[in-house]
Design a protein around this ligand. Structure first.
Ligand SMILES: CC(C)(COP(=O)(O)OP(=O)(O)OC[C@H]1O[C@@H](n2cnc3c(N)ncnc32)[C@H](O)[C@@H]1OP(=O)(O)O)[C@@H](O)C(=O)NCCC(=O)NCCS
Length: 168
């Protein structure tokens, strides 16, 4: 069976929730209803890594405003920000699927989508559990945020979280 990166479908959502629970610390997991809300609004940009029918991982990414982050585990606001970057909200793989190049392929897929949408920057929150993974993937901490925003980021995504960005 060959491993493929495919657009996420609504039928994938149950498995997406399961993989999220298996791979993220509990404080970072989002309610299934929040994942569905994300999918309803921006699902066209989400991808999954699959081996046949088995979901190995996924990537949730969407247009957003640089310097801002969506609130974790909360539905999108009614008024979405005017986007100027592509934002990776989640990228994750089951442990058995790591170290295979799939993560890099999903990151590249996000970059490709961001470029197609005309953005010059990709951004994300590097959470503590991802260590220096994003530094090694050429992301730099985005420092142009107020202390209030930095505090809100830590309160929402946990101690050690950093807003990061990379030129597309
Ligand atoms: C982040 C993740 C998708 C990377 O997948 P992967 O298949 O291990 O990544 P790659 O094959 O692209 O890169 C492997 C390299 O990254 C390093 N790496 C992977 N996860 C890391 C982590 N949490 N901390 C530090 N380094 C990490 C590996 O040690 C390896 O380093 P090397 O090339 O020097 O040997 C995977 O670790 C994962 O699913 N983690 C849980 C979810 C998560 O934290 N996601 C990121 C936040 S959105």
């Amino acid at each position: 069976m060959s491993i493929k990166i495919l657009p996420m479908t609504i039928q994938d959502m149950e498995d997406v929730s399961k993989v999220q629970k298996e791979t993220f610390t509990q404080d970072l997991c989002e309610a299934h209803s929040v994942l569905l809300n994300r999918f309803e609004i921006f699902g066209q940009y989400f991808h999954v890594a699959k081996n046949g029918e088995e979901l190995l991982g996924y990537m949730i990414a969407f247009p957003w405003k640089l310097g801002e982050t969506p609130v974790n585990n909360q539905n999108f606001p009614k008024m979405l920000p005017t986007p100027d970057c592509f934002f990776i909200h989640d990228i994750t793989l089951l442990p058995a699927a790591r170290g295979t190049g799939l993560a890099r392929a999903m990151i590249e897929k996000a970059c490709e989508t961001g470029r197609l949408l005309g953005f010059k920057t990709i951004s994300l929150v590097a959470v503590a559990q991802s260590g220096n993974y994003w530094d090694k993937n050429n992301f730099l901490e985005y420092l142009d945020i107020t202390p209030e925003k930095k505090n809100a980021l830590i309160a929402n995504y946990g101690q050690g979280s950093r807003l990061m960005s990379r030129v597309l």
